[in-house]
Write a protein that binds this ligand. Structure first.
Ligand code: G3P
Ligand code: MG
Length: 394
């Protein structure tokens, strides 16, 4: 049967391996975009000497805005199209709690942005600390609500009459003092009712954190305290009050739940990329055969192709290829590029042998230090990481 090496095929083969990227300290630092990131992502989109397209997703502990907004921001910064389906933020897997809790207090982020995210996820009654401050300004003696803040608060809630079932810290607190005060008020309360105090301290709402990064990388030269540091602080206050240890449920990296979630998202995305690829291939002539890099064959599943040429290359029809995308095996290797050993490298090393951790020096980790969790590879930046992985594969 006929074989052809048209550029459309040679130009856009799909790899059996994949990438997952951390964002802060790898792709961006605050408002700055790490210069090498643009080229790194272009390479994965097919601009590499092997003309291979490599599927990738982002797994950040950050958050505070919808996945759509994050995708748009990355697209603009990198000059490529990133879709919301490629993004996991710290709070993304918290979606799983929508049927568990009716009244939730969502903490962190700018204004009521996190309330909107939570409602979007499907949470029913979503409150924020500003609502409580509006209900009773004496709760926070040193915070006077601004006009902007007054515009976003819920004015119809009596917090002495309702129970907060869970506290979900979605993003970095913009006001540690007030947020901690309110979180402690609720943890020490009777069933999450403001103004009450439990005698046993075991009837307050559950406390959930979108991640536990102690520090993170911004555009300042030294790392900044993150939500993990806030956790340490709240735990200290709680211990001082109750003599007990604070119980926290953690999401984000390096948690196993987030890892499982990431694998699901990655396999859906790989399927998408492959289906897209199949669609682009001569649909008007389904009988023609395609050449597939044997090294990348696992993407298309175990081969039962009927022809093999002298090079040992195997051929699959477009039809078969489409069929195989329905039953896609896991990525042969997932390269995870991160800057924080405690969350990223630990995340990539702990859950599955097929993940390959790469530590970069553009964020929290600094040259010369001994990383607490040992990566498979260390390099300067994300571009070097991508080059390293592609060379290792070909
Ligand atoms: O708050 C964000 C930060 O702690 C980590 O973000 O992208 O490095 O996981 P990232
Ligand atoms: Mg990072």
């Amino acid at each position: 049967s006929m074989r052809f090496k048209k550029n459309i095929i040679d130009h856009e083969r799909v790899a059996s391996y994949a990438f997952a990227f951390d964002i802060d300290g790898v792709i961006v630092r605050g408002p700055d975009t790490i210069p090498e990131a643009k080229e790194a992502l272009k390479m994965l989109n097919g601009q590499n000497k092997y003309n291979i397209k490599v599927p990738y997703i982002f797994v950040t502990n950050g958050g505070g805005r919808p996945e759509e907004a994050r995708a748009k921001d990355l697209s603009q910064r990198l000059g490529i199209e990133v879709t919301p389906e490629q993004i996991i933020q710290g709070h993304t897997p918290m979606k799983d709690l929508i049927d568990v809790y009716k009244n939730v207090l969502v903490v962190g982020g700018v204004g009521d942005a996190c309330r909107k995210v939570a409602i979007d996820y499907g949470f029913k009654n979503v409150y924020i600390p500003l609502d409580i401050m509006y209900w009773n300004p004496s709760v926070a003696p040193y915070h006077t609500l601004t006009e902007e803040e007054k515009k976003v608060v819920r004015k119809d809630v009596d917090f002495s009459k309702i129970s907060i079932d869970a506290i979900l810290v979605f993003a970095d607190s913009r006001d540690w003092a007030t947020d901690q005060q309110i979180i402690l008020d609720l943890l020490l309360s009777k069933k999450g009712v403001m103004g009450t105090r439990s005698e046993t301290f075991d009837e307050g709402p559950g406390l959930y954190f979108a991640h536990s990064d102690f520090v993170w990388a911004t555009n300042y030269k030294l790392s900044r305290y993150g939500m993990g540091a806030l956790q340490v602080s709240i735990a200290a206050l709680y211990r001082e009050h109750t003599g007990k240890e604070l119980v926290v449920t953690r999401f984000g990296k390096p948690q196993r739940g987030t890892f499982k979630y990431a694998n699901k998202v990655l396999s859906a995305w790989r399927k998408d990329v492959l289906e897209d690829h199949v669609e682009k291939l001569t649909p008007e002539n389904e009988e023609e055969e395609l050449e597939i890099d044997p090294k990348n064959r696992p993407v298309f599943g175990a081969s039962d192709s009927e022809s093999e040429d002298e090079d040992g290359d195997e051929a699959l029809t477009v039809q078969k290829l489409s069929q195989l995308t329905l039953d896609l095996p896991p990525a042969s290797t997932v390269y995870f590029v991160g800057d924080t050993p405690e969350s990223d490298i630990r995340f990539a090393n702990s859950h599955d042998e097929s993940w390959h951790s790469i530590l970069v020096k553009t964020g929290v980790y600094k040259d010369g230090a001994i990383p607490k969790y040992k990566p498979k590879h260390i390099c300067e930046n994300v571009l070097e990481a991508v080059k390293y992985a592609i060379e290792r594969e070909h």
